[in-house]
Design a protein around this ligand. Sequence first.
Ligand SMILES: NC(=O)c1ccc[n+]([C@@H]2O[C@H](COP(=O)([O-])OP(=O)(O)OC[C@H]3O[C@@H](n4cnc5c(N)ncnc54)[C@H](O)[C@@H]3O)[C@@H](O)[C@H]2O)c1
Ligand SMILES: O=C(O)[C@H](O)COP(=O)(O)O
Length: 529
Amino acid sequence: MAPKVLISDKLSPAAVQIFKDRGIDADFLPDVGKNKEKLLEIIGQYDGLAIRSATKVTEKIIAAADNLKVIGRAGIGVDNVDIPKATARGIIVMNTPFGNAITTAEHAISMMMAVARQIPAADASTQSGKWEKSRFMGREITDKTLGLVGCGNIGSIVADRAIGLKMRVLAYDPFLTPERAMSLGVEKVELNELLERADFITLHTPLTDKTRNIINADAIAKMKKGAYLINCARGGLADEKAVKAALDEGKLGGAAFDVFVEEPAKENILFGTSNFVSTPHLGASTSEAQENVALQVAEQMCDYLLHGAVRNALNMPSISAEEAPKLAPFVRLAEQLGSFAGQLTETAIQGVKLEYAGAVSEMNVQALTAAAITGLLTPLLQTVNMVSAPILAKERGVKVEEIRREKQGAYETYIRLTVITERQERSVAGTVFADGKPRIIQVKGINMEAELGQHMLYITNEDKPGFIGHLGMELGNNGVNIATFNLGRLAPGDDAICLVEVDGRVPEDVMSRLEAVSHVKQVKALEFQ
Ligand SMILES: NC(=O)c1ccc[n+]([C@@H]2O[C@H](COP(=O)([O-])OP(=O)(O)OC[C@H]3O[C@@H](n4cnc5c(N)ncnc54)[C@H](O)[C@@H]3O)[C@@H](O)[C@H]2O)c1
Ligand SMILES: O=C(O)[C@H](O)COP(=O)(O)O
């Protein structure tokens, strides 16, 4: 059945067309995002959810999203999505980090110009029939200093445009390297220096615990008298009460906000304040940006739902459309190795070591590790997939180690997974043959070559004559058909392992009889999907 996607915000119709062209059913219900009850009622039907900022993907929505695999944000900010809850349910959250950056940077520059020249108030006055030429005295921006708080995608475009307008640009961003600052032509400074030196300050960070109220009364006190503040990033970066007081006192010459603590902002303490300019979260609202983000999010969601390719996900390593098919058999192998070890592990797992040797070490091992942990945790947890597995392992204190190495031994490439528990370390290794099928090549240091079927018997025994005949007879006498039979041993007469594929689940009483076969040490039924 074709995957189904819900578009619950006002996305460009271009997105609907992409979904349709790629064989995905898309329901375009742009008002549903604002109707929590309706969204809750219908979300269970969908494999994908495409949103902007109006849809709030809360814990409750995620709990009801029984089929959801991907949330695609046509835009940048994902603060309207409960990512930890989505991750725990194995739902990928992706955004389009560049599609609306130019447009938003242009909005910030427009807001700076608008507030510097009081354009909105002058416009209202002029159109109301007044001709108040002397009331609206502005400020020139040439040779003025612009301070950027946050110099990522949008901040750096703002810097470029401001330099074009002959401004000096300072940037406060702990993650900005001196080399990058140099290439952008901005001066990297600490926040206090920026506050003290800038004539205009513009905010371009996400809203985090560190950035919330980064512009508060203390920060404003450090600014120049008559400085201007622009916020086209997120409401809450500036303390609205403190900004209002600073505008009333004339400490701030003006402020221009596109974003507010409470949105939609139908009322706000700043509304009506002298030289305060506002827009209703329009930073990304140009036809060009909306077309970009809609196309991008639809393509990304289709690539994931149809081919497992992952781009711009916030909770899963990327897998490109080209590498997805090459990676697929190794993902399967990694998951089988994890599942094999997980089904044999009966005590708490302390750590997992993944060794990638030969060609596989050059692949996207982060994704393979996620697949291996998925396999490992599946026997222990109800729902786990490549998105949720790493976080679930971390929550349970399972230490994950990845080692990449050159080819070693007879196989061109292989993955070895070692599970560390309180009692022991157990390794299982496998490779992918030219037929694209994964094979188990080593279990606990014993070599073999086994393809895993749905129903397997894992038997450890002493390597003694008569064992195979006796085992075969027990299975045959009890109506269990053997599909494949693989043996390996450490040395003649020493420890041996037997992996038998059978055509169905082996009943409990037959398992007990197998345990009684001479030279058998352990028998375990394993299942693979
Ligand atoms: N108004 C709109 O419509 C609109 C449109 C697009 C994006 N946005 C918002 O704009 C903001 C910036 O987007 P972006 O694409 O440039 O993001 P980005 O991730 O590319 O850049 C953010 C920058 O902030 C910096 N940063 C993080 N913590 C910081 C801190 N404590 N102090 C200083 N700098 C810090 C990061 O190092 C990074 O360089 C986001 O909040 C985004 O949601 C708003
Ligand atoms: O983070 C973003 O991309 C912007 O805030 C745009 O939000 P919007 O898509 O709701 O306009």
